[in-house]
Design a protein around this ligand. Structure first.
Ligand code: FCB
Length: 452
């Protein structure tokens, strides 16, 4: 039986985001975000819920930090809510909003937990959406003002900065497919939004470096590795297209390769770029390719592609999580190697990985989420193998610290290693949290049977 050890300075953490856990949606001058507005649209959220209260983390952050400390976690990735800091989207800074993050950061530091700040995890001030949202360039300019305000305020003690979380989701789920806020359904808007997200990333990198001595700055992208259902030309082409749409469209410009030519051709043929790449101005590619210190990788599952015109949907002999995503740990290993060796990001953090399993407390009040423990075990084992293969993986953040508001799925999906009772706000660390805590303390993943 092998145990897989990690480098001694490997960083172990958990991740959350502002709208998903904070609640206090109207406290201390916070303005409306696109998610507050979107949640009011009939049918937008599966259980008609919203983030008004969520995990009430805004008021309970001290207890939540103490819980992380008890679990031995070394790092915490959270996001800042733009509408708390700049209620008008730009201009006047709301000190009360910034003060919350100062208190949170101080609490983390007192417990020796390293804060990783994500600036944008999808809660755009609604007022900026009304001025055009991410499809307009001015929103990228406003983001730079916001990045400036936050990095000035926290940069003395926060050194680890993530500009954006998953621009694929913010740009395309938000503006092209409408499943996420603000719920627009227009391909051209989706591609423009994606461009301004990536552009604002590049601009913000420079601002953060200016404001934060010894800053370590990166972006978090989400990846769904694409694999063909068969070796047919059609399935291979569907796989190329999906990889371009999901992965390369975001990855390539960040690493100086501009938008992938095959995808510009596909999108042009499909009519998604009626005016070509008119939104790309001189200097944009250079800005988007700003040098970063690390790449944040979010991984949950893979996609197996078939061309519906010729192929049949593959029947996979796989397990699925409660949200319906295939469990495929090897995809994370393949992805990490591809990213490390084809893009040379310098350093990689897995900034999200985890699973939705809705197990709740048993008669003894314990949550035996065996399937989540297995999921984390298998993905961490693959991470360890990737490091052995030469991938510069420096840390891992489980998604999520606690159950929370899962966007369009509302509270119907539980991703936490800590169970949350939404009636009472009680937190119960699940078996997976205790297991993860042992991994962190040992800095090694042991075969599951050893820990049983
Ligand atoms: C990612 C998001 C995160 C969470 C997980 C399940 O796409 O970044 O907020 O919803 O999925």
């Amino acid at each position: 039986m092998t145990q897989r050890a990690f480098p001694s300075d490997f960083l172990w953490g958990s991740a959350t985001s502002s709208y998903q856990i904070e609640g206090a949606a109207f406290a201390d001058g916070r303005s409306e975000s696109i998610w507050d507005r979107f949640c009011k649209q009939p049918g937008a959220i599966l259980d008609q819920s919203n983030g008004d209260i969520a995990c009430d983390h805004y008021n309970r952050y001290r207890d939540d930090v103490a819980l992380m400390a008890r679990l031995g976690l070394q790092a915490y990735r959270f996001s800042v809510a733009w509408p708390r800091v700049l209620p008008n989207g730009r201009g006047a800074v709301n000190q009360a909003g910034l003060d919350f993050y100062r208190r949170l950061v101080d609490e983390l530091l007192q417990h020796n937990i390293r804060p990783f700040v994500t600036l944008y995890h999808w809660d755009l001030p609604q007022i900026l959406e009304e001025q055009g949202g991410w499809p307009v360039r001015a929103t990228a300019e406003a983001f730079v003002e916001y990045a400036d305000a936050v990095s000035r305020a926290l940069g003395d003690t926060v050194k680890d900065w993530i500009t954006h979380n998953e621009p694929w989701c913010a740009g395309l789920l938000g503006y092209q497919n409408g499943e996420h806020a603000p719920g627009r359904k227009n391909w051209n808007d989706g591609l423009k939004a994606s461009h301004h997200l990536l552009l604002s990333h590049g601009w913000a990198v420079d601002v953060i470096r200016r404001n934060v001595p010894q800053a370590s700055v990166g972006i978090t992208l989400n990846f769904t590795p694409a694999m063909p259902a068969s070796r047919s030309t059609e399935d291979l082409n569907a796989t190329r297209h999906f990889d371009g749409f999901f992965n390369r469209w975001f990855l390539d410009p960040v690493y100086g390769r501009e938008y992938p030519a095959d995808m510009v051709r596909d999108y042009t043929e499909l009519g998604y770029l009626p005016n070509g790449l008119d939104f790309v101005q001189d200097g944009d590619y250079k800005a988007m390719a700003a040098t970063t210190d690390f790449l944040g990788v979010n991984y949950y599952s893979r996609a197996v592609l078939h061309d519906p015109k010729t192929g049949t949907a593959p029947k996979l002999d796989s397990e699925y999580t409660d949200i319906g995503w295939e469990v495929y740990p090897q995809g994370l290993g393949d992805l990490l190697k591809r990213l490390a060796f084809a893009y040379n990001p310098g350093k990689i953090y897995v900034t999200e990985n985890g699973a939705s399993y809705n197990d709740g407390p048993d008669a003894n009040g314990e949550v035996n989420d065996t399937r989540r423990t297995q999921y984390l075990h298998d993905h961490l084992s693959v991470c360890s193998d990737a490091i052995a293969a030469g991938v510069p993986l420096a840390g891992y953040f489980v998604w999520s610290l606690m159950d929370n508001f899962e966007w369009a799925k509302g509270y119907s999906q539980r991703f936490g290693v800590v169970w949350v009772n939404y009636e009472t706000q009680e937190r119960i660390p699940k078996a997976s949290a205790h297991w993860y805590s042992r991994v962190v303390k040992a800095n090694a993943v042991q075969p599951l049977e050893v820990l049983a």
